[in-house]
Ligand binder design. Structure first.
Ligand code: AMP
Ligand code: GLY
Length: 430
């Protein structure tokens, strides 16, 4: 088989690495890929939004399945386009991808089907004065409030306002200054939920839901969840903090009703259904849905999958998933992202990266590239998130030790990473 993966980050490197191990697969292509993937895949210089070029390539290379990594092409209708040309694709169509592409869509769905989520009010940019009044009438005791741009905003469209002043500022940014452009034509103002976050990624083919092991990611740049949000600074899997009964509750109260809701609305969903959950006490609430594999959750989850992933991806894309569960290694997975100088406000490029030669030999130690580039001077930084180092071991303590010891050997100017990834999981003693 020939597989094409669309995207160019750490998630796609990890997918390529896992898919290349399949005995069913002869060749993996990644468009556009990155500098680290050469050992498992051939990179093709086509952008993720160039649907017709991607489909031409898929046709020419007899691609048996195209696997979409990022959200933007899904929200833009890549699955519809490929299916229209008779090309098999893994990822939901445009109407289903609204689960990630529109927070208003998801909030309405949650309300209609009784899915627990933060209480929210929606406004359109025509309702600027009403939104201002609404914020004006909130007493200070009701803060923090969470303001969310409706559309895709590269993970930056969610603002936690601690005061009326901050909320009004954010409203102006969304509706007057248009800092997120059309992504903030509509917004939601919702209650703040206090708890801990967990990601539940499921394969869903429109009939069968197949949950993966839980993961947790770290969105803030600095240790102790300080500083601005990023694309994700690390992850780990499984999540000892979340009991089996809470996972069952997430499925029963959130994921299954969502699937039934989609069916009732006549929306067919095929792909990864990723629920971002806030667990408050014993009660999970839906924060958001993503319609794809998470980055960097994927890098902590997939190395623990004891089975070939390819039959799952094919069955999911065809609507023939019939497995009841996936088999996971008991080993713990930890992924630490190394970012470049200035991230997340900016991203230094062109800094030479040294020390990756140490990553040979240990099958439980991997490095997945994101923003890297090969030049005449060797490998250099080429983006905000640069590398993800993943370790597996019997305990979180050993997995963390493995990861951090190998990061000590990597060097590039201005490299930054969090030192506390999976620290809470380690405290659990497992
Ligand atoms: P979202 O894109 O909706 O997942 O939001 C991004 C991040 O903002 C989440 O991962 C949470 O850390 C935070 N967040 C979103 N909604 C809320 C909420 N209602 N209460 C507290 N934190 C939230
Ligand atoms: N880890 C969060 C995301 O993939 O959106």
């Amino acid at each position: 088989m020939h597989i094409l993966i669309i995207g160019g980050g750490g998630r796609e490197h990890c997918l390529a690495w896992k898919i290349a191990q399949s005995p069913l697969v002869d060749q993996v292509f990644v468009a556009p890929g990155n500098a680290g993937m050469g050992h498992v895949a051939e990179c093709v210089d086509i952008g993720v939004e160039q649907f017709s070029d991607l489909a031409d390539f898929a046709q020419k290379e007899h691609i048996d399945l195209t696997v979409v990594g990022p959200e933007a092409p899904l929200a833009g209708g890549i699955a519809d386009y490929f299916m229209g040309r008779g090309l098999p694709i893994f990822g939901p169509q445009k109407d289903a991808a609204r689960l990630e592409g529109s927070k208003v869509f998801t909030k309405r769905l949650a309300k209609k089907y009784g899915i627990p989520t933060a209480k929210g009010v929606e406004f359109s940019d025509q309702d600027y004065e009403q939104a201002k009044d609404y914020i004006g009438r909130l007493d200070e005791g009701s803060y923090p409030k969470v303001l969310k741009a409706d559309g895709l905003a590269a993970g930056k469209g969610v603002i936690i306002a601690h005061t009326k002043q901050e909320a009004l500022q954010c409203l102006d940014d969304f509706f007057i200054k248009k800092v997120f452009g059309d992504a903030a034509q509509r917004m939601i103002i919702e209650d703040f939920l206090d708890g801990y976050e967990v990601s539940l990624l499921c394969l869903y083919d429109g009939n069968t839901v197949l949950p993966m092991d839980l993961a947790q990611d770290y969105k803030k740049i600095y240790d102790g969840d300080q500083g601005p949000n990023t694309g994700g600074m690390g992850s780990y899997s499984p999540v000892p903090l979340v009991s089996r009964s809470i996972k069952e509750k997430i499925l029963r109260d959130i994921v299954y009703p969502t699937c039934r809701g989609l069916q009732s609305e006549g929306i067919q969903y095929r792909g990864v259904l990723y629920a971002g959950i806030m667990v408050c006490g014993q009660n999970p609430h839906l924060l958001e849905y993503n319609v794809r594999f998470g980055d960097p959750e994927t890098q902590a989850i997939l190395p623990r999958l004891e089975e070939d992933i390819v039959p799952y991806l094919i069955a999911c894309s065809k609507g023939t998933l019939d497995q009841k569960s996936m088999r996971w290694e008991p080993k713990k997975g930890v992924c630490v992202i190394i970012a470049s100088k200035g991230y997340p406000q900016s991203a230094s490029k062109g800094d030479p990266i040294k020390g990756l030669e140490h990553f040979n030999g240990d099958p439980d130690l991997m490095v997945f590239h994101s923003g890297t580039k090969n030049t005449g001077e060797g490998l250099v930084t080429h983006g905000g998130r640069v590398l993800g180092v993943v370790g597996k071991a019997e305990t979180f303590k050993a997995a963390r030790k493995k990861v951090y010891a190998s990061i000590d050997k990597i060097r590039f100017s201005g490299m930054q990473y969090r030192k506390d990834i999976a620290a809470r999981a380690e405290e659990s003693g497992i």
